[in-house]
Ligand binder design. Structure first.
Ligand SMILES: Cc1c2[nH]c(c1CCC(=O)O)Cc1[nH]c(c(CCC(=O)O)c1C)Cc1[nH]c(c(CCC(=O)O)c1C)Cc1[nH]c(c(C)c1CCC(=O)O)C2
Length: 364
């Protein structure tokens, strides 16, 4: 039994390939999440967030929830970037209202020496099972995006033991013991490469690398400790997947939050698209890299707290800034970071519909 169906709405994939589209495709980072009452209901049934992630049927249900409400052009696997360090034995847990934490962060030289690539096929089977369940349930409606954290972003959580503002521990290690830092990044790079390849094999039609904390690094350190490892991962990914009766291209997206200064460097990884946050001017980004890579982004998620007319105006501003994507350029509309849990679900509908209708008008 094959659950692979070719995709019907391939607007997102065509934009990533920088081919012409009738309108600008749109999806939202964290589109399945706490701002949706139906998500909160499913999460309550599953007990907690990791209960959702580890149950492929529940993960599938919440992945599809935003697609049933909005005309989104892509689905994203419901999971978390921290499943990889959890599989490495660090013991992921979530404290209510405090975000993710690790029971066994990497604190000593010995911890780092013992770190090893986990057996992805067994320890992260719940993720690849979720991917194939979701791909089957989508029935080709829209493409399914798989994802991972960047090695540097994962290392931030692994060394700090949770979220951080100053990154004191992880940056101390980076400057004082770069050998230890590189070892963590090497092991994590291999784990992430295998993990993304497993997601592609299970049915993911595009992959995204979240480098959420790349922007916390100094110029020079960013290229050495984050980008070089992302480059290795992108190089390890297959460009196509064989689905039995057909093959499909597998584009990749690299999103470095706060990476606006380094767009050319990020584009040079060979990724199909560069994700940008709201500090970046889309027109300037296009001029800098738009003939090498597609661009994804970049509305400030806080725009969604304004009135519908203001949301529509901000969407139009972003689309005008990019301009009409002629062949050779590609734009995927998104937020510049994950949607806030305090967002009114109706505002998302206003945004998605505004992206579609305004970008169609632009092309007339
Ligand atoms: C840094 C990071 C994490 N996770 C992720 C990142 C990179 C993107 C970014 O920078 O935001 C990525 C992520 N996390 C989640 C997804 C699912 C797919 C999607 O809809 O985009 C994705 C792609 C679900 C989630 N991951 C998490 C939630 C909230 C869980 C809940 O309480 O229901 C969701 C929906 C938990 C999580 N997981 C993480 C944090 C910091 C938190 C707490 C966030 C919060 O409290 O708002 C780590």
């Amino acid at each position: 039994m094959s659950s692979f169906q070719p995709v019907k709405n391939d607007t997102f994939l065509r934009a990533l390939r920088r081919e012409p589209t009738e309108y600008t495709p749109v999806w939202l980072m964290r589109q399945a999440g706490r701002y949706l009452p139906e998500y909160r209901a499913t999460r309550a049934k599953a007990g907690n967030f990791m209960g959702l992630c580890t149950n492929p049927e529940a993960a599938c249900e919440v992945t599809l929830q935003p697609l049933d409400r909005y005309k989104l052009d892509a689905a994203i696997l419901f999971s978390d970037i921290l499943t990889v360090p959890d599989a490495m034995g660090l013991g992921l847990y979530f404290e209510e209202g405090e975000g993710p934490k690790f029971e066994r962060p990497l604190t000593t030289e010995d911890d780092v020496a013992k770190l090893a690539v986990p057996d992805i096929g067994s320890s992260l089977k719940y993720v690849t099972d979720a991917v194939s369940t979701i791909r089957g349930a989508l029935g080709g409606r829209v493409p399914l995006i798989g994802f991972s954290g960047s090695p540097w972003t994962l290392a931030c959580y692994m060394v700090e033991g949770g979220g951080s503002r100053e990154f004191r521990k992880v940056k101390t290690m980076l400057y004082k013991r770069p050998d230890l830092m590189h070892r963590i990044l090497e092991v994590t790079t291999e784990a992430v490469s295998q993990y993304l390849r497993a997601q592609i094999e299970a049915g993911a039609q595009a992959v995204m690398i979240f480098d959420s904390w790349g922007g916390a690094l100094a110029d020079g350190a960013f290229q050495k400790f984050s980008l070089n490892y992302i480059r290795k991962i992108v190089a390890s990914l297959p460009l196509q997947a064989n689905r039995g009766s057909f093959t499909e291209d597998i584009p990749s997206i690299v999103f470095t939050k706060g990476g606006g200064l380094w767009l050319e460097d990020i584009a040079s990884t060979g990724a199909s698209a560069v994700g940008v946050d709201w500090t970046v001017n889309l027109g300037q980004a296009r001029a800098r890299i738009g003939d090498r890579c597609a661009i994804q982004g970049n509305l400030d998620p806080n725009v969604l707290f304004a009135e519908p007319a203001q949301i529509e105006a901000e969407v139009a501003k972003a689309l005008e800034s990019f301009g009409v994507p002629q062949a050779g350029a590609g734009h995927v509309f998104n937020l510049g970071h994950g949607i806030s849990q305090f967002t009114n679900p109706e505002s998302v509908e206003v945004m998605v519909n505004a992206v579609h209708s305004y970008s169609r008008k632009q092309r007339q």
